[in-house]
Design a protein around this ligand. Structure first.
Ligand SMILES: Cc1cc2nc3c(=O)[nH]c(=O)nc-3n(C[C@H](O)[C@H](O)[C@H](O)COP(=O)(O)OP(=O)(O)OC[C@H]3O[C@@H](n4cnc5c(N)ncnc54)[C@H](O)[C@@H]3O)c2cc1C
Length: 284
């Protein structure tokens, strides 16, 4: 099945796009987290969201969740690893699943953590964003796993079951030890190094760990890795007033298009992106 649209990201921009596509009865898939966005739930008090003065992030999350549920909108719990133009539409890879859509709305926010140096240079040559897709390639090998969120710890544990040795870099407090073959270095990772493919991970203090692969399990994927040929402007996706990117049928909304990083800007852009996607679909 080819969906009318695929929305990537469940923050305010993605939520707004989803509400509008639903109202217009489009057949769309919405990929992200059912817990929505940590940038909403972790906010202490929000004073600039019209109609919700001094609301907590948790209260706003609950209000969004209730609206999504009442409108019977589904979220497919998944991290999208790549988007590729394919035969006049788009193909999306999310873990081991594959989806097709006529239009794509990128609502991925901005990443909390910066990518490692040279990370994207070694993508597909030892750097992976997907334990399920690529874990099997590292059976009995030595790997590094950078885990950006406790939500992905089960994927790190799965990798530890396959690999001989795992250097584990959790980026959150109170992480578990995973398994006996896991080492937790005290230094943070800095850069991926390689020759034909990945050969090591350089740490902040200069130490080089020899590894066969590096798994980056984070809340977001670097945009240049997610969708090659996407035109960027100062580290954000370049869009016009219709939230259209340089790629036909691909729109973007929210923090990923630039500052100010605000809920209402994201919601507004999600709305515009959905309407532009609807217009684009009508023109096909
Ligand atoms: C602590 C805190 C307090 C804040 N307070 C305020 C405030 O008071 N007022 C205000 O206006 N703004 C505030 N902000 C800013 C606001 O949170 C952001 O501007 C807003 O959340 C951006 O919405 P977004 O939808 O663009 O992205 P996000 O909210 O970042 O959501 C993007 C979502 O997409 C997901 N995602 C990314 N890549 C992928 C992928 N490849 N596949 C699937 N899912 C993916 C992410 O995991 C995330 O859930 C605050 C931010 C923080 C961190």
């Amino acid at each position: 099945m080819i969906y009318d649209a695929a929305i990537i990201g469940t923050g305010p921009a993605g939520i707004s796009a989803a509400l509008n596509l639903k109202i217009h009865e489009k057949n769309f898939i919405w990929l992200g987290s059912r817990q929505l966005s940590e940038k909403i739930s972790k906010a202490e008090r929000i004073s600039n969201y019209p109609g919700f003065f001094s609301v907590t992030g948790k209260e706003l999350t609950d209000a969004f969740t209730q609206q999504i549920s009442q409108m019977q909108i589904e979220i497919t719990e998944s991290m999208v690893n790549s988007v590729l133009p394919f035969d006049g539409h788009y193909a999306l890879m999310a873990g081991e699943n594959f989806y097709e859509a006529q239009t794509v709305i990128l609502a991925t926010g901005t990443a909390f953590t910066a990518a490692l140096q040279q990370e994207t240079d070694w993508l597909g040559k030892g750097v992976s964003y997907c334990a399920t897709c690529d874990g099997g390639l590292y059976r009995d090998k030595t790997i590094a796993v950078i885990c950006g969120n406790a939500r992905f710890e089960h994927e790190a544990r799965y990798l530890a079951e396959l690999a001989k040795t795992v250097y584990f870099f959790p980026e959150y407090p109170n992480a578990s030890d995973l398994s006996e073959n896991t080492i937790k270095p005290s230094q943070k990772p800095a850069a991926v190094e390689g020759e034909q493919r990945v050969t090591g991970l350089r740490l902040k203090d200069g130490t080089l760990l020899p590894v066969d692969g590096v798994f980056c399990l984070r809340d977001s994927v670097t945009l240049s890795a997610l969708l090659p040929n996407l035109q960027m402007q100062e580290n954000h996706i370049a869009v016009d007033r219709r939230m259209a990117t340089n790629l036909a049928g691909c729109f973007a909304a929210g923090d990923c298009t630039g500052r100010p990083y605000q809920y209402t800007k994201s919601v507004g852009e999600g709305n515009v992106a959905a309407h532009s996607a609807i217009e684009y679909l009508a023109s096909l």
